[in-house]
Each structure stands twice: as C-alpha cells, then as structure tokens.
Write a protein that binds this ligand. Structure first.
Ligand code: NDP
Ligand code: MG
Length: 382
C-alpha cells in the first residue's frame, strides 16, 4: 500500500487524485490531506471517506473547527506550515502529491525532496519560480519528481530517461483555449464566463484563465525547461485543438514519439501513482481507429496571445524574471476574476510590469519568496 500526502485535496487535481485512489482499493492509503480552507464541506467529506491521520488547513479558524469535529476520530488537524513540512518528510509518507495552486507549497515540496520522497507534481508554479533550486535538490538527494501536468507527463513517457543529446525538440501541445478562432477585435470585450468556458478541459479557475491567454502554455514551457533539464532552444509549443496528443519528443534521427489520451487529468494522475506497478486498467475511453479522425497542429499566434510570447521572454531573460512573470500574472488573473481589469489587460499590464523589472539572481527560497511578493504587490497596484 502506498501512503499518500495530498496537497490541494479539494482542488480540481486533488479531487481527481482521490478518484484514482478510489479506483484501486487496497493500493493506496491517504495519510495527509491539505487545503486552504475555502471548501470546508468537501474537505469534511474527504476526511470522512479517506480517514487521513493528518489534515492541514491554511485557515486557522477552519482548522480549529475541524479539530473539534475530528480529533476524537484520531485525526490531527493543524495549520502550522512548519509542522506540515516536517510531516511530509516522515517515514509514513511514500508519495507527496503536490496539487495546490501558487507557490505556497514550495517549502513543503523542498522538505519532501530533502527526505528523498517521490513527488507527483502538478503544481507548475513551483517549477516556474524555483525550477533550478528544485532540480538541483532532486539531483543531490535522489528524490523522484514525476510530472502530473498532462503535457509533461506525456513528454516524460516519451523520454523514458534517454540521453538529452538524442533529443532534437520537446514539443508541448496547446488546445488554444476558448479564443482560438476569435480575432483580436473580438477579444476587446470578453466576460469571465466566456473565459471559464474551456473547450476541452475542466480545471480550476486560475489555470482556466491562463489557458485563455496561453500564459498557461508559457508557464508549461518554463516548467518543462526545469523538469527535463532541457535547453530553452529545444522547447516548443504548438496549437492542437482536440487535445488528443499532449506532448511530443522529436529525436535527432527524425523520429517523433507522441503520447495520446483523452483530455482528462485522470490519465496522467493514474500513470504517476501506479508507475511502479506497471500500467493498470480503469474506466478509460479507448480510441476507435476505424473511424476517420485527424490530428491538426498549427503555430501559436503570438500577437493574439501576447502572454505566450511574454513567457518566452521570461525564459530568455532568466534569473528572477520567470518568478516575477508568474506572480504578477497570478495577481492580475485574480483581479480579472474579480472584475477589476479586462481580459486584455491581464497581458498588457503583465508586459508593462516585466518592462519595469530588472532580473536579479534568484535561486534561494528566500529570494524567490521576495520576488514573488514584490511582483504581487506591483501587480495589485498596476
Ligand atoms: P484549484 O484552484 O482547483 O485547487 C487548488 C487547491 O489548492 C485547493 O485544494 C486549495 O484549497 C489549495 N490551496 C490553495 N492555496 C493554498 C494554501 N495557501 N495552502 C494550502 N492549500 C492551498 O487548482 P487546480 O487543481 O486546478 O490546480 C492545482 C495545481 O495543479 C496548479 O498549480 C495548476 O497549475 C496545476 N495543474 C492543474 C491542472 C488541472 O487540470 N486543474 C492541470 C495541470 C496542472 P481550497 O479548496 O480550500 O481553496
Ligand atoms: Mg497542462
């Protein structure tokens, strides 16, 4: 039985992780659940069903109330982040599923890496801001970092630990989001509802907005750069509206490996959680190759999707720029969701903010948190 600690259990990835756990009774136990505390009834239900030993909730008030409710059932509820960091390093944890949003989980993930755990990583912002730090620590300790993000999971399956010198290009696919076929003119006025209506994926609100601006694909390029230690000039992304192919590796001899599955995060989540046991069945859809279907690929229009070209600029500038880009974008996305700025302003303001930032070395936890805070503050006032 593999013992799981799940960060972000009430989110889109967290709930799907628990769905995979349910599919394989006897294969997984849930040692820890963690959330911010905004969906208390869902968290309560998860505690009842999965009986974790530890629950972490960022909100102290919610933690107090859950503690009153569940301590008699042997559940310890805490809201101290240092305690959480220590707990994920304990012997009882086999796999840390990192599925919370933003970079709040960075210290916890670093602690699990130091303890040589297996980390199933969905939380892309952590790799964007602290990719170099995480990568180096993984190399030093021998911890395992397994990509959950669908594109990266596909690329991981293609690469199979082959030497990077044999790779010509690593290619991520992008559905293009809800505005793929809109003109720049159409995009002058779009509502939150238009943005949250993603054609192929059902996800949390922040990542859904990022998919509409293609900032998400940009964040994923940066994530891939560090997950696979891949030189930026070998990384590409292409539009592929049906989200059937998720990632491709082109080898120097001209062959291309690609991984296809239906657009559901259940596939990559199950893949990483059952990796050691070999492939397992489930309730998956299979392709009917007897019916005609096509795989379309086209380039990304970087004028329409300014967010993607800003991400490429962040990779090229390096140092603190990817972290600054991520944090400023997160705040701007939240301002859009609250109706304070327009959809277009997410990326125009992001571009102006990046112009004003002088990249500085940023490879320690402290410096990353500082840049994150500074960018967030500037974006809240922009
Ligand atoms: P959601 O917004 O749906 O869920 C976020 C989760 O994180 C919730 O459980 C939330 O708790 C928790 N959380 C947020 N802040 C904190 C905090 N400070 N301390 C503890 N817990 C916190 O996000 P998604 O599931 O969509 O995404 C999670 C991560 O996975 C992101 O990094 C995203 O980029 C990545 N990802 C998501 C994909 C998807 O399909 N959704 C695909 C690929 C990657 P609460 O519910 O209490 O607020
Ligand atoms: Mg993805």
């Amino acid at each position: 039985m593999k013992s799981l600690a799940i960060l972000g259990s009430t989110g889109s990835i967290g709930t799907q992780t628990l769905e995979v756990v349910k599919r394989f009774p006897g294969s997984f136990s849930v040692f820890l659940l963690s959330a911010a505390g905004s969906k208390t009834s869902l968290l309560r239900e998860q505690i009842r069903i999965f009986a974790p030993r530890i629950v972490y909730v960022a909100s102290k008030e919610v933690a107090k109330s859950l503690s009153r409710e569940f301590s008699s059932c042997g559940v310890t509820v805490l809201s101290n982040e240092d305690e959480l960091s220590q707990i994920v390093a304990q012997r009882e944890v086999d796999v840390l599923v990192a599925a919370s949003s933003g970079i709040s989980a960075l210290p916890i993930i670093l602690s699990a890496i130091r303890a040589k755990k297996t980390i199933a990583l969905a939380n892309k912002e952590v790799m964007v801001c602290a990719g170099e730090l995480v990568r180096n620590l993984v190399k030093q300790t021998g911890a395992r970092l397994l990509p959950v993000d669908s594109e990266h999971n596909a690329i991981f399956q293609c690469l199979q630990e082959k030497p990077l010198e044999e790779v010509s290009r690593v290619i991520l696919t992008a559905s293009g989001g809800p505005f793929l076929n809109k003109t720049l003119d159409d995009l002058k006025e779009v509502s939150v509802k238009d943005v949250l209506n993603h054609p192929t994926w059902t996800m949390g609100p922040k990542i859904t907005v990022d998919s509409s601006t293609l900032v998400n694909k940009g964040l994923e390029l940066i994530e891939a750069r560090w997950l696979f230690d891949c030189a930026p000039d070998k990384l590409e992304a292409v539009i592929h509206p049906s989200s059937s192919v998720h990632g491709m590796v082109e080898w120097i001899d001209g062959h291309v490996h690609m991984v296809m599955n239906r657009p559901s995060m259940l596939y990559p989540i199950q893949h990483v959680l059952t990796l050691d046991e070999g492939r397992k069945g489930g309730s998956f859809d299979f392709w009917n190759f007897k019916e005609p279907f096509s795989l379309d690929f086209s380039p990304i229009d970087e004028t329409k999707f300014l967010g993607f070209s800003l991400a490429k600029r962040a990779i090229q500038q390096g140092l603190s720029m990817p972290c600054f880009f991520n944090a400023a974008n997160e705040v701007l996305v939240n301002r859009f969701l609250r109706g304070e700025i327009s959809w277009k302003q997410i990326t125009t303001k992001l571009s102006d903010l990046m112009d004003s930032h002088n990249p500085i070395p940023c490879s320690s936890l402290e410096s990353i948190l500082e840049v994150d805070q500074e960018a967030g503050l500037l974006a809240s006032q922009a």
